[in-house]
Design a protein around this ligand. Structure first.
Ligand SMILES: [Zn+2]
Length: 301
């Protein structure tokens, strides 16, 4: 799986080529409408070439003559451009996206770097490659606090997830932070929706992230599993004690969590079960990690 930065980076050559094509097209358009300008530009080019040779020959007298000629042609050219209402920069290369100057990233009002709207395609591709192919319409702006009841609880969870994101992007406070978080909330309370949205937001902010269902861990390709150890942010949804006890999931998850903890990378386990119950019944290696995990829940408000 590729990060959004890699995907945007790969497209930069294509964007540069498009800029050049746009410039060529603009020039041909203007020349077609104003052959006089094409003619004078041809003359300027010719004189410049001759001047170049005079420079090599160190012929000062000739150089001066050509300089005067270029100046006169240039004055004529300016007049033609003004008379025909031609944009003076018609022959210059222009950014395709004026929002991000073709870098693919813009600065948000709070100073963070975020993917520009001109890179929607790369963003969608990145979401798909990051385990979220089934959730094309899950967007943070569609998350409603009051949907499904318990508005204060949903709001609290959202703000805790946002804090995680902020931490991910900004400075990490080393004290009192864990690398494993448990997001525990009853079934049908929008956990998957929020989890996918948070992953997408992390990607949008230039981080690598992955969304996986716990039960699918055993079926992932080896290189994807390897990737999960190193992405900046990982969400494992539908986490349940029974799942950790089947299909070797306990062992796979244990390796992932240990590698990530060593690199201080955040993992969020999303579950409909109470944390205490999970600690009691999980694969033993996972249980140990759950005990020190931080809780993300609507309780205690
Ligand atoms: Zn842009």
């Amino acid at each position: 799986m590729k990060t959004i930065k890699e995907l945007i980076g790969e497209s930069l050559t294509e964007v540069a080529a498009t800029r050049d094509i746009n410039r060529q097209n603009s020039i041909s358009r203007v020349y077609k409408a104003c052959p006089e300008l094409k003619d004078i530009d041809g003359q300027i080019l010719e004189v410049r070439n001759s001047r170049f040779i005079a420079v090599i020959d160190k012929d000062e007298r000739l150089i001066k003559r050509y300089d005067t000629a270029i100046e006169e042609l240039q004055t004529k050219r300016d007049k033609i451009i003004a008379r025909n209402n031609i944009a003076p920069d018609f022959d210059e290369e222009k950014f395709i996206c004026s929002e991000c100057n073709d870098t693919g990233f813009i600065k948000t009002p709070d100073g963070k770097s975020s993917v520009c709207s001109c890179r929607e395609n790369e963003l969608e591709m990145c979401y798909e490659q990051s385990g979220m192919a089934d959730y094309p319409s899950y967007k943070m702006k569609n998350y409603r606090d009051d949907y499904l009841g318990d508005a204060p609880g949903r709001k609290k969870i959202k703000s805790m997830m946002n804090d995680l994101l902020k931490e991910l992007i900004g400075k990490r406070s080393e004290e009192s932070r864990s690398s494993v978080y448990i997001y525990s909330a009853p079934p049908q309370t929008g956990k998957t929706f929020l989890s996918v949205c948070v992953c997408k937001t992390a990607i949008k902010l230039g981080k690598s992230a992955y969304y996986a269902k716990c039960e699918d861990l055993a079926a992932l390709m080896p290189d994807t599993l390897e990737g999960l150890k190193h992405v900046d942010f990982l969400v494992i949804d539908d986490f349940a004690d029974t799942v950790t006890l089947s299909n070797n999931v306990g062992s796979i998850l244990n390796t992932i969590l240990e590698t990530r903890a060593a690199s201080k990378l955040d993992t969020v386990l999303v579950t409909p079960f109470p944390v205490a119950e999970l600690i009691k019944k999980c694969d033993m290696r996972i249980s140990g990690k759950l005990q020190s995990a931080k809780k993300i829940s609507s309780e205690g408000r």
